[in-house]
Design a protein around this ligand. Structure first.
Ligand code: GDP
Length: 311
């Protein structure tokens, strides 16, 4: 039975360092009402990892979810550098579309070219967000031309080239469809995401497949495996097959299941096709492995991380 998950959108943000990804996600979180009154507002929501801050690049894929008009938008961070080629592919497998975030002065940068190329090759629709339009030195028209050239250069197909454009100031918290529009919030961005990025589609009754794309660690529950439900419905407390990368299969139990809500994880009883979930209880699980139906264990084809990453 094919289900369309109308109340979910899964997107990844592709952005060069300093083009405003953290500020934008922060703004989306605030405006979707995630920061409730007595909840402490973290300054830098996506860059919570000190190592990342030190290196000034985002190494780990981070998950955030915002809810807009009853639709949950899962936002997956993508590593900005080609060095993390394999990780980029895995992250892109979790989503149904991407936001290409570009600084209105700097224009598209070579480091994001690689990630965009992968996204286009995977047939993902892209929304272009030209950020920092408040800058005095913004050169919005030229930057848009440069982005169009980049899409053509990367072999984007006709529908990908007709990308929607959103003009934003993440810092001031607004987004516009036309530069002349009046806007003091990010609603036009939320609307574009909801309207342009397809909802996940799949069989919620098929034998389950969850592809693990990120690992995390929690002092209380140990290893946390994060991934997307590709097929079926996974339930907390049930037994599954773990399809390892070496081809072996072992029986495992999913202790707990979580979904993302803002920056937090919320426990869930079950999760279905298209959901991004965190799973605990499987200590030896690795990135690229599949949690599958115990009687019908089939792995989601694994993407090698050793492939050449230069393009
Ligand atoms: P990230 O590296 O992509 O996460 O970028 P940040 O969100 O950390 O932003 C980098 C710098 O750009 C910070 O100093 C932000 O305050 C600034 N910035 C972000 N968005 C805007 C914007 O819309 N307008 C202006 N003028 N500056 C911005």
């Amino acid at each position: 039975m094919i289900t369309k998950r109308d109340n979910i959108r899964n997107i990844a943000i592709i952005a060069h360092v300093d083009h405003g990804k953290t500020t934008l996600v922060d703004g989306m979180l605030r405006q979707s009402g995630i920061f409730r009154q007595n909840q402490k507002v973290e300054d830098r929501v996506m860059d919570s990892n000190d190592l990342e801050r030190e290196r000034g690049i985002t190494i780990l894929a981070k998950n955030t979810a915002v809810t807009y008009n009853g639709i949950k938008i899962n936002i997956i961070d993508t590593p900005g550098h080609a060095d993390f080629g394999g990780e980029v592919e895995r992250v892109l497998k979790m989503v149904d579309g991407v936001l290409l975030l570009v600084d209105a002065f700097e224009g598209p940068m070579p480091q994001t070219r690689f990630v965009l190329k992968k996204a286009l090759a995977l047939n993902l629709p892209a929304i272009v967000v030209i950020n920092k339009v408040d800058r005095q030195d913004a050169r919005i028209d030229q930057v848009l031309d440069e982005i169009l050239e980049l899409f053509i250069d990367l072999g984007a197909d006709d529908s990908q080239i007709e990308f929607p454009v959103v003009y934003a100031s993440a810092r001031e918290g607004f987004a516009k469809i036309n530069l002349k529009d009046e806007s003091n919030d990010l609603k036009p961005l939320f609307d574009t995401i909801v309207n342009y990025i397809p909802a996940p589609v799949g069989d919620s009754q098929a034998p389950v497949q969850v592809l693990i794309t990120t690992l995390d660690y929690d002092d209380y529950v140990g290893r946390v495996a994060i991934g997307r439900v590709f097929r079926g419905t996974i339930k907390a407390g049930d037994e599954y097959a773990l399809c390892k990368k070496d081809g072996s299969i072992s029986k495992v139990k999913v202790s707990n299941l979580f979904e993302f809500d803002g920056l937090k994880r919320e426990t869930a009883v079950s999760a279905s096709v298209g959901d991004i979930v965190a799973v605990t209880g499987i200590e030896d699980i690795e990135i690229g492995e599949t949690i599958a139906d115990v009687d019908n264990p089939e792995a989601v084809p694994y993407v090698s991380i050793d492939e050449p990453t230069l393009s």
